[in-house]
Design a binder for this molecule. Structure first.
Ligand code: AMP
Length: 113
């Protein structure tokens, strides 16, 4: 886990976060700057720099992120939600540790801006 990665620091407990779920493979926590009434992130504990870096051995944890994200969304009362992965700076990625955004609780426009 890289020393200077923000999300690795959250995993290690060095930076606080409002955790929603945690197990050996994944961690979910609320986004610090929510873009919808409910906005949380699901990340693998393994440091993967982004969607483009997902390897065959990561396929199981990638699927788990989706299952866990959906279960949290249902508990949070957002049966309709949006899933976002930003890949690369021009796509809006600012933290280079793979993360799945889940947003809901308001109408979401399509296509996104
Ligand atoms: P992205 O722009 O796709 O890389 O998303 C990074 C997300 O991480 C943004 O939505 C930020 O608001 C969020 N974020 C940054 N720092 C923190 C933090 N300390 N705790 C929770 N979320 C954070």
């Amino acid at each position: 886990m890289p020393d200077n990665c923000l999300f690795c620091k959250i995993i290690r407990g060095e930076i606080p976060a409002e955790k929603l779920y945690e197990d050996d493979d994944v961690l979910a926590f609320r986004d610090i700057a929510p873009q919808a009434p409910t906005h949380f992130l699901v990340i693998p504990k393994k440091h993967i720099k982004g969607p483009e870096a997902v390897q065959p051995e990561d396929e199981q944890v990638f699927g788990k992120m989706m299952r866990v994200g959906n279960e949290i969304a249902q508990k949070e009362g957002i049966p309709h939600f949006r899933v976002v992965f930003n890949n690369g700076a021009e796509a809006g990625q600012t933290v280079f540790h793979l993360h799945m955004h889940i947003l809901g609780g308001r109408a979401l426009n399509w296509p996104p801006g």
